[in-house]
Design a protein around this ligand. Structure first.
Ligand SMILES: [Zn+2]
Length: 164
């Protein structure tokens, strides 16, 4: 029973701190918080080489959201943190395409994160802050060149699939 109360309290406290609501008014709704809890998930480290057409890279990759983590979810988001690049970076992303759109966000505190973005036969050197919209069917690759920051990959489908 104590354990149950702890869970209820934790959920309720979270509800209060996120909603800043009145305690007594909300008390009967405490258990409703649990219905939506499944939509909050914890990111986990996953090597880039797990992804078809990608190989190990000098980035720390976190899988943040996909349909395996949240079955209702129609979007997949991974975050690649770049902090300590080696002098030479071996190419790690092969040209590939999807039948869903993809968005890349290149973000850095000091605006010095630089990525090489290829779409079909066009190659771009892209500096943070920037976004890249990759329409479905466009062959592409994204690889870090220099700097520090975050590369966020969003695909508008919860489950990843790619072809060459
Ligand atoms: Zn892709």
């Amino acid at each position: 029973m104590d354990h149950f109360n702890d869970i209820v309290f934790t959920k309720y406290y979270f509800y209060l701190t996120t909603r800043k609501c009145n305690y007594s008014k909300l008390m009967p709704e405490v258990l409703d918080v649990g219905k939506l809890e499944k939509y909050i998930t914890t990111g986990h480290k996953e090597p880039l080489s797990f992804v078809p057409f990608h190989h190990d890279a000098p980035v720390e990759r976190f899988m943040m959201l996909n349909s395996a983590m949240v079955p209702d979810c129609n979007t997949r988001i991974s975050v690649h943190q770049v902090s300590d690049l080696p002098d030479e970076i071996t190419p790690y992303c092969e040209l590939h395409k999807h039948d869903f759109d993809e968005i890349n966000l290149i973000i850095s505190e000091d605006d010095h994160l630089v990525y090489r973005i290829q779409m079909e036969d066009e190659v771009f050197v892209v500096h943070s802050p920037a976004s890249v919209f990759i329409p479905k069917g466009v062959r592409h690759s994204s690889e870090v060149i220099s700097g520090k920051g975050s590369f966020i990959c969003i695909t508008l489908q919860g489950k990843y699939a790619a072809t060459s």
